[in-house]
Design a protein around this ligand. Structure first.
Ligand code: URP
Ligand code: ZN
Ligand code: ZN
Ligand code: ZN
Length: 515
């Protein structure tokens, strides 16, 4: 990316009717890329909405003109997985909803989906309201929310319904790890999936076997393994793949659509691909970290360096992992990308200096995701620009029911647009990134291709590479349940899974499943 601006002073939100003709934008001569095709077209924006797409457009005078010749005009990125201002493992993430969304915009992402994580026993609605309070005043770009189900009771089931009905939530995340903190057991998972299905929600899982991890951690610490490498050693690939498989089996029993967050290993990716081939409605989300770096860093001789990479599930020591996951993503074995952006400073990571189980888990990625996927997906020849759009915005918008408001460039859609310059070259560094964290796990990676302009709701938030994010300018995007992209498939499966009465000796004596 081009030179970056220093921190912009946050200002109060200006009502849209008081904004100038800046609200009228004409993007000329670019290649408009959607998830299903590319066209040479101009795009006209007014009041934050795309009003015209085509050639020889007639537009009002006073519109700002952006020349996109030689560039791609793509939908703003949607990061499906962030943790901003998250209290976790005795501390709170370095990025709040302002610095995190500002970093997102800097990298070409115009919508994030963050996770409400209630503490065990806390009301889900109360936690949701806390997240809205934290986020609404700070976000520089639009955001939606997933809600985590960290405990199980009739009240939780009731609140899930209320969240879907009244609060714009259509996805719930269950943890199969973090034993004694957030982990649900198999019966609870089964019931939670059943509840998601009834409500038209997407069930998400953090898929790792928390019981095994707990036992392995005890053993490793007893054997004197206290450094960051112990984090990976306590939860190798099969611990992730087993949980992905188990989640698929459980979800299949109740025909609930399933979404595997942060796919980190080849074997976990393979399980998702195989289950999809069996007709299970399951989606896999690799993240910037698993697509662009690996777990060899846990054995780095510098503790700070190694600890900075600690996240769950961990990065994998097998250095062929990122390429392999990118292949799965390119071929729709995996469907979309997030980042799990959950940053902790070096000082915060120090909390686990003598015990790897106390290193706060999380890495960066919200700013780097788009450029990394372009570099390692498109420049590498694995995917074309339409697939790039599908995996960075369109599929997310479809799965979480924001499409076509988000995730596409079409008349009536939100004007969330990135002018993507394939000739930009940028070397990632903590010295120049916009996140508040002091380490970047992608340090030194050069990406060819990046955002020259980032337009969020019609506002130019990155202007010729200069970041002009404004605190509080984003809005909460409510998401409705029963996303057609997801539930059309679920409903088709429902038909073949119906119980059929069997008549025997003149009486109806049994039921039969046709599947
Ligand atoms: O290490 C991670 N992933 N931290 C954030 C919490 C989670 O599991 O997503
Ligand atoms: Zn997780
Ligand atoms: Zn180092
Ligand atoms: Zn996460």
């Amino acid at each position: 990316m081009a030179a970056r601006a220093q921190s912009t002073t946050p200002v109060r939100k200006v009502p849209i009717h008081l904004q100038s003709a800046q609200n009228r934008l004409l993007i000329k001569n670019g290649k408009v890329v959607n998830g299903d095709g590319i066209q040479d077209a101009d795009v006209y924006i007014e009041e934050g909405i795309i009003k015209q797409v085509g050639n020889n457009l007639i537009v009002p005078g006073g519109s700002r003109l952006i020349d996109a010749r030689g560039k791609y005009v793509i939908p703003g990125g949607i990061d499906t997985h962030t943790h901003l201002q998250l209290p976790f493992m005795g501390t709170t993430t370095a990025d709040d909803f302002y610095t995190g969304t500002r970093a997102a915009l800097a990298g070409g992402t115009t919508t994030i989906i963050d996770f409400v994580i209630p503490s065990k026993g806390q009301s889900l609605i109360e936690a949701y309201k806390q997240w809205r309070e934290r986020a609404d005043e700070k976000v520089a770009c639009d955001y939606a929310l997933h809600v985590a189900v960290t405990w199980w009771s009739p009240e939780v089931q009731q609140e899930m319904e209320e969240l879907c009905r009244d609060h714009g939530i259509n996805s719930f995340k269950m943890f199969m790890a973090y034993k004694d903190l957030w982990q649900l057991n198999d019966t609870e998972l089964f019931e939670a999936f059943e509840r998601c299905k009834q409500l038209g929600a997407v069930a998400q899982v953090h898929a790792e076997n928390g019981d095994i991890i707990k036992e392995n951690c005890k053993k490793l610490l007893a054997a004197g393994v206290t450094g960051p490498e112990g984090h990976e050693m306590s939860r190798p690939e099969e611990v992730e793949a087993e949980a992905v498989n188990r989640a698929c089996v459980l979800a299949n029993q109740v025909n609930c659509p399933l979404y595997i967050v942060h796919v980190m290993s080849k074997s976990a990716g393979e399980v998702v691909a195989e289950k999809r081939r069996q007709g299970i409605v399951v989606y896999g989300e690799p993240i910037a970290a698993s697509l662009a770096t690996d777990g060899k860093h846990y054995w780095n001789s510098c503790w700070r360096h190694a600890a900075a990479h600690v996240m769950g599930p961990p990065l994998r020591p097998d250095s062929t992992t990122p390429d392999y996951l990118m292949d799965l993503l390119a071929n729709d074995d995996l469907q979309l990308t997030g980042t799990d952006h959950c940053t902790f400073s070096s000082a915060q990571k120090e909390m686990g200096k003598g015990d790897f189980t106390k290193i706060p888990n999380g890495v960066n990625g919200v700013e780097e995701r788009m450029s990394l996927i372009w570099e390692k997906g498109v420049v590498s020849g694995k995917m074309d620009p339409t697939r790039f759009v599908a995996v960075t915005s369109m599929n997310a918008a479809k799965i979480f029911n924001m499409y076509p408001k988000k995730g596409c460039i079409a008349v009536g859609s939100d004007a969330d647009i990135v002018i993507w310059d394939p000739k930009l070259e940028h070397t990632i560094s903590a010295a120049t990134h916009h996140s508040a964290v002091d380490f970047n796990i992608f340090e030194g990676i050069t990406c060819r291709g990046g955002p020259e302009y980032v337009i969020a709701n019609g506002r130019v938030t990155v202007d010729e590479g200069q970041v002009k994010a404004v605190q509080g300018y984003g809005s909460f995007i409510p998401t409705a349940p029963f996303a057609p992209f997801v539930y059309d498939a679920v409903n088709e499966r429902e038909k073949v899974h119906q119980l059929i009465k069997v008549e025997r000796e003149g009486r109806i004596v049994a039921m039969r499943n046709t599947a």
